[in-house]
Design a protein around this ligand. Structure first.
Ligand code: ZN
Length: 102
């Protein structure tokens, strides 16, 4: 068993206030099962806990992205939501791509 570091409550609070819609497809979060917000680590490293890497995305994007690398997923023709690409994602993801020169 791998014990991942939990996301601290203060950070969760901050990110919940920031990410009101899916960082990938921009669907507003609701409480129904498909549009519920899920914690997402952009680089898939659950131990990389910082404001730049931890975001909220919808269940559908989370399931579609899985453990794929961000750019692989965004460029993948097989992803569920074909309209998502590096131009359509939120500024949080754009900033991440810019900072990491992806
Ligand atoms: Zn989404």
């Amino acid at each position: 068993m791998v014990n991942y570091r939990p996301i601290p409550e203060w950070l969760k609070k901050k990110i919940r206030a920031r990410d009101k819609k899916c960082v990938y497809c921009k669907i507003p979060f609701k409480n129904n099962p498909t549009d519920r917000a899920e914690w997402e680590h952009i680089d898939n490293d659950e131990n990389n806990i910082c404001e730049e890497n931890v975001t909220l995305c919808c269940k559908s994007c989370n399931a579609s992205k899985g453990d794929k690398k961000l750019m692989d997923w965004l460029n993948s023709p097989n992803k569920k939501k074909k309209e998502i690409n590096e131009e359509t994602v939120t500024n949080i993801i754009k900033e991440y791509i810019r900072k990491h020169s992806l």
